[in-house]
Design a protein around this ligand. Structure first.
Ligand code: ZN
Length: 206
């Protein structure tokens, strides 16, 4: 399979990168600079792709950053909430239509490169807070993708129904270097240990 991987440099998509590589996919990783507060993740993504010799592109979509404001991840004036993904306050981290934008651009890349599919590392733990990580959304995008182009690009989300802890188990078997990945939403020098992303990561890796 020739797969475009939507790759953030975090633990879920890095595990998917290692998994698809182990399965023999020809991979092309795409990361997006959408003006996120935790831009550090892009450096982690680049480093890991280099280590694995996987072609990687950072797509600068900061020109449309204004269209994606209103989230703590894209607006400096909104504070990053602390706690679990299940907490209502975590809704502040939902970026307007993010995954639809990412998947749409990745489909375009797949068509133009004559690839077979787009892979994304959404998982069950994301469902509570992020509507664009839920099975109904992924299914709808898969359907839309098949209609939108002459080339039938599939959307693959192999972690859709498993937890972050399950992902960590798969990653440990594959030797994923989690110390190189970046998760924290705050994007400071060190992970804050308190934001939703940090909390979920700690619980999955413990
Ligand atoms: Zn954090």
């Amino acid at each position: 399979m020739k797969t475009i991987l939507i790759y953030s440099g975090g633990m879920d998509s890095t595990t998917l990168l290692y998994k698809l590589r182990a399965e023999g996919d020809l991979l092309h990783a795409l990361s997006f600079d959408y003006g996120q507060r935790h831009k550090k993740e892009l450096k982690a993504a680049a480093k890991i792709c280099k280590k694995l010799n996987v072609p990687h592109k950072i797509v600068d979509i900061t020109a449309v950053k204004n269209l994606m404001e209103g989230s703590a991840l894209t607006s400096g004036r909104i504070k990053v909430p602390e706690g679990h993904y299940q907490d209502k306050t975590m809704r502040a981290t939902v970026v307007p239509n993010r995954n639809m934008i990412f998947i749409a651009l990745a489909i375009a890349q797949a068509v133009s490169m004559k690839f077979d599919r787009v892979a994304i590392a959404v998982h069950a733990g994301d469902h509570a807070i992020y509507p664009d990580c839920r099975p109904a959304f992924i299914k709808a995008m898969h359907t839309a993708s098949k209609i939108a182009n002459y080339e039938k690009i599939a959307i693959s989300a192999p972690f859709l129904n498993i937890t972050k802890r399950d992902i960590a188990k798969i990653g440990h078997q594959l030797g994923v270097p989690y110390e190189l990945t970046w998760t924290c939403y705050k994007g400071l020098h060190k992970p804050c240990g308190k934001c939703g992303a940090c909390v979920e990561r700690q619980e999955a890796l413990c």
